[in-house]
Design a protein around this ligand. Structure first.
Ligand code: ATP
Ligand code: MG
Ligand code: MG
Ligand code: MG
Length: 339
């Protein structure tokens, strides 16, 4: 009896294309001996595409994996053992789809409503993690309403953080809409961009001029485990969209060449964060490490991280001895565990 998996991909967010790449990797990796996989593309307008349109968008990638099952109708999720919402960003990774899947009674991969929502919103994440003593950079929350009606108060809030600072939509990923403001003159464009994507914007003090960037993978439900720690290196001023997705612009170093106690602390803080936020299944948790001072800051929690065969999360687990195929199998198993 094969496990029937519905793989939701694409989605309405700015990370639509990233999700499709992840889905193509997962489709090619789920062992056909154990799984029957049905991919379903959610288009940029939020429509759930049928089988023919999904095949067209994914470019036939589904043919290389387990056979595709029945025709689908939009929002029809019955008849599957596990649903994998391999979606990033708003309306995918933020608890909305998870709420819908919870109502259908389906088992699904990854965090539930609370863990997804609390981890997606960078301000909420900071508030929860502050309550359990996780070190984070200084930040300010600003709303679109405030930027429209009292821009001077927003400028004052920003000024209190110093420069450079980072301006981010509170609920996005892949660095979409993020700017590094080198001085007050960069604020207007940075805020306009961020507010074009979200009503909530977070302003963050820079961890340092150029902190080292460490990432760790968490796997499990109520007894989660941490992977080895990885490091990202790149020439750009920060890890922006182009640097993330242009071949050759960034390199991954696993394990990260940092002192053993730094790696241990990253893993411990990541597990604390995963539990405090009520995450489940998986998360990739990003850190800044300021080598000169030894400071470590938790940057953010990604409950559905990039999942191509060359993405950091699967690479971290590969370093722990878990192959890509074993990892996806484990995630489908974790979805079916009682939790
Ligand atoms: P992901 O694709 O990992 O989900 P994201 O869109 O959620 O990314 P962040 O990880 O918050 O965005 O920020 C993107 C990048 O911007 C970081 O990897 C880092 O290079 C830079 N950055 C963000 N915040 C800071 C900060 N406070 N100090 C220094 N650099 C920062
Ligand atoms: Mg993120
Ligand atoms: Mg993300
Ligand atoms: Mg990040």
């Amino acid at each position: 009896q094969k496990t029937r998996v519905l793989l939701l991909c694409g989605g309405q967010s700015g990370e639509h294309a990233v999700s499709l790449m992840s889905a193509q990797s997962v489709l090619a990796a789920l062992p056909a001996s154990h799984f029957e996989v049905t991919p379903l593309v959610i288009d940029a307008a939020g429509r759930w595409l049928g089988r023919a349109d999904t095949a067209r968008v994914l470019g036939g990638a589904q043919d290389s994996a387990a056979p595709v099952s029945s025709e689908l109708r939009p929002y029809e999720v019955a008849g599957f053992d596990v649903i994998w919402p391999l979606l990033h960003g708003p309306n995918g990774e933020d608890g909305t789809v998870q709420g819908f899947l919870t109502l259908t009674g389906a088992a699904y991969v990854g965090s539930g409503v609370l863990g997804s929502a609390a981890s997606m919103d960078k301000v909420m994440t900071k508030q929860v993690l502050a309550s359990v003593g996780v070190p984070q950079v200084e930040y300010r929350l600003v709303t679109r309403q405030a930027w429209r009606s009292a821009p001077e108060s927003v400028r004052i809030a920003a000024g209190s953080l110093g420069y450079p600072q980072f301006v981010k939509p509170a609920n996005l990923g892949s660095s979409v809409g993020i700017s590094r403001a080198a001085g007050p003159e960069d604020l207007e464009a940075a805020l306009d961009l961020a507010f074009s994507l979200d009503r909530r914007v977070i302003l963050e003090a820079a961890a340092s001029h150029k902190p080292r960037e460490l990432e760790v993978g968490i796997l499990g439900n109520d007894a989660p485990q941490a992977s080895p720690v990885g490091e990202l290196r790149f020439e750009a001023l920060f890890y922006d969209y182009t640097t993330k997705y242009t071949e050759g612009q960034a390199s991954m170093h696993i394990p990260a060449p940092v002192p053993a106690e730094v790696a241990a602390r990253v893993r411990e803080l990541a597990l604390t964060a995963f539990k405090a936020l009520d995450c489940a299944g998986l998360a990739r948790i990003d850190f800044f490490y300021v080598e000169e001072t030894g400071e470590l800051y938790l940057n953010e929690v990604n409950t559905m991280p990039g999942f191509t065969t060359t993405s950091m999360y699967p690479k971290l687990w590969e370093a722990a001895g878990l192959s890509y195929a074993e990892l996806v199998t484990r995630l489908v198993d974790l979805a079916q565990e009682e939790r």
